[in-house]
Design a protein around this ligand. Structure first.
Ligand SMILES: C[S@@+](CC[C@H](N)C(=O)[O-])C[C@H]1O[C@@H](n2cnc3c(N)ncnc32)[C@H](O)[C@@H]1O
Length: 314
């Protein structure tokens, strides 16, 4: 396992499109809400999402189109630029996204589009746009990256809007190379055949693990046990959550960081870590992403501080 020593992720990694490109994608997708409609409507929706998230009323935070769009306008852009830098920083994740073979990624709680846009911003530069003009038949068979976004809230419209702009702006005639599926389901209740865990190369749980455990602790534990059983050897699992006490959970009378519980479930009990189904590949307890001041966006672009854990199935 390698403990990350950097304190701050680079604002831009050369393997991806630039942060401004990523932010611009949100600008063109949500042009109506950001630039044309009455700004008060968007501000009100942002305020109510903020209040619901602060009070940990997660279902209420995403229960209307106005609130979901507000999250996509206000938070997903910041998330997307930070995730782009993080995914590029993690060699295994970057390799999966830019692989020359077909790969499949499952983003749990990924309906709001941050993960999708960041994956696309790393995938797009790896496309060989000349390949289709080649006379070599093997080059004509494009690689496909399948991205499945599973979310308990219905983000279908927002994902559709982002997908259309991604295809128009970044993928052009290679749109089919990025196969995006939006699945509106509770991941804890999904049938094994719908999750298709054995075929996955990467699972992301970004700012979602806490919500799962807060909502249903026993089902969440069972879900992690299913990952232990069903994921194929070599599959990666990336978990990101807020650094610090916001990510503590209560079990019995004790409160402790959620990563301790996840480590126990995936790696084995403390002191017997080698007994679990996964290896810990890389981790950081408090990593910053800071956007450049000159980023052009009509709303605040947040800096982020988070912990991450990257696991690999044995
Ligand atoms: C705080 S948001 C994070 C969104 C996104 N991953 C990001 O980083 O910006 C948590 C997401 O997890 C989703 N979620 C919560 N519980 C879920 C469950 N049981 N199954 C699927 N998605 C869930 C929520 O609807 C929401 O979209």
């Amino acid at each position: 396992m390698s403990k990350d020593t950097i304190k701050t992720l680079p604002a831009h990694h050369e393997s991806s499109l630039s942060p401004q490109n990523v932010i611009d994608l949100f600008k063109v997708t949500f042009d109506q809400e950001l630039y044309r409609d009455d700004r008060q409507t968007l501000s009100d929706a942002i305020q109510s999402v903020k209040t619901e998230l602060y009070n940990r009323n997660y279902a209420a935070a995403f229960d209307s189109t106005e609130k979901r769009t507000a999250y996509c306008c206000r938070w997903s852009p910041s998330r997307a630029i930070a995730y782009t830098s993080l995914f590029c920083h993690l060699d295994a994740v970057r390799d999966i996204v830019q692989s020359n073979t077909n790969s499949e990624i499952l983003c749990i709680g990924g309906g709001a589009g941050g993960e999708l846009v960041s994956i696309a911003s790393i995938f797009a530069p790896s496309i060989d746009f000349n390949a289709k003009y080649s006379t070599n038949k093997t080059e004509l068979q494009n690689k496909t990256l399948r991205v499945k976004l599973v979310d308990i809230a219905d983000w279908t419209t927002e994902v559709q809007r982002l997908t259309e702009k991604l295809q128009e702006t970044w993928l052009f005639d290679h749109a089919a190379d990025l196969d995006i599926q939006s699945i509106n389901k509770d991941v804890l209740k999904m049938a094994p055949e719908d999750l298709n865990l054995p075929s996955l190369n990467l699972i992301t749980l970004l700012f979602t693990t806490n919500e799962l455990f807060m909502a249903e602790k026993a089902s969440s534990i069972r879900f992690f046990q299913r990952l232990n059983k069903d994921c194929a050897s070599g599959c990666h699992l990336l978990i990101v959550e807020s650094a610090g006490s916001y990510s503590h959970i209560t079990v019995g009378t004790k409160k402790f960081p959620i990563q301790y519980l996840i480590d126990t479930l995936l790696l084995g009990k403390r002191g017997q870590e080698s007994t679990g189904a996964w290896d810990l590949v890389q981790e950081h307890d408090s990593l910053w992403y800071r956007s450049k001041d000159e980023i052009d966006y009509p709303l605040k672009v947040e800096n982020m501080r988070f912990f991450y854990r990257l696991y690999r199935k044995k």
